[in-house]
Design a protein around this ligand. Structure first.
Ligand SMILES: Nc1ncnc2c1ncn2[C@@H]1O[C@H](COP(=O)(O)OP(=O)(O)OP(=O)(O)O)[C@@H](O)[C@H]1O
Length: 245
């Protein structure tokens, strides 16, 4: 299903990012109007850095990023309505002790009154069939349940694009399937960053990030096939031996 979001592109123009003058990303240009955008790459290829740039949490050292027309780093007010992000580790996202406080916080960020945030949280939990989680202490939840709390908290803010930074790594198959179903039901545009080709099999368009540069882009099937072949080829060697410096 290749529904497009024409005229609302995810647009990166010649984006670079340096840490202590060392390039982590260089010359990354992406234009996509797809509803399901994938980014694949090895460990250390710059995926998480790219996720944070697209969410507006980092300022590009070079180039421009516009998500549906919004400069997500400079215009933070517009950015929180435009892009949400889910991290690999829920502990990096969760700040509050209970489920309802965590979800309500995002609604308050959007300007909802305390009462509206409470009602909005109740409605959202009911929509996910989790009304009974309202007062649950988050520390008592399983890892998969914590992921779902993060997902509900982000979706409560109705972002037009949701960036997924390997949120399913380390989860078992049923949990991955259930979380994926919730994501698909939400109908939100997704930009999914991963090293696991399984996550992107039914995506519209995939970008392959290699050592901080875009190596390929195109329809998912072709890019994933080329990526897998290259990973198997590298896996036959021993590049773990290489030390920098
Ligand atoms: N704060 C930092 N300080 C120094 N180097 C960093 C920092 N953040 C990222 N890097 C370096 O930038 C490169 C890209 O890191 P990044 O985390 O974006 O890659 P990744 O593709 O998400 O990796 P992984 O799949 O292992 O999570 C790596 O070489 C990493 O060591």
């Amino acid at each position: 299903m290749a529904i497009s979001s024409a005229n609302n592109p995810v647009l990166l123009e010649d984006v670079g990012y340096r840490i202590n003058d060392i390039p982590v990303l260089s010359g990354v240009s992406v234009r996509s109007e797809s509803m399901r955008i994938g980014v694949i790459g090895r460990n250390g290829s710059g995926k998480s850095t790219l996720a944070r740039l697209i969410a507006g949490l980092l300022e590009p050292s070079e180039g421009q990023i516009r998500i549906e027309g919004v400069d997500v780093y400079k215009d933070r007010r517009a950015a929180i309505r435009t892009v949400g992000i889910l991290f690999q580790n829920p502990e990096h996202q969760i700040i509050f002790p209970t489920v309802s406080e965590e979800i309500g916080f995002g609604l308050r960020q959007l300007g909802a009154s305390k009462a509206d945030a409470v009602t909005g949280t109740q409605k959202l939990l009911a929509r996910f069939g989790k009304a009974h989680w309202q007062d649950a202490p988050i520390h008592a939840l399983s890892q998969g349940q914590k992921h779902l709390v993060c997902m509900m908290s982000v979706l409560a803010m109705r972002p037009r694009l949701l960036v997924l930074d390997e949120p399913f790594a380390g989860l078992d198959i049923p949990t991955r399937m259930q979380l994926t179903r919730h994501l698909n039901d939400a109908g939100t545009r997704l930009l999914h960053i991963t090293h696991d080709t399984r996550d992107l099999e039914d995506y519209d368009q995939v970008f392959w990030l290699d050592r901080g540069r875009l190596r390929a882009s195109g329809v998912a099937r072709q890019v994933l096939q080329d990526f897998t072949q290259e990973m198997v080829r590298i896996g036959g060697g021993d590049d773990l031996s290489l030390l920098a410096g």
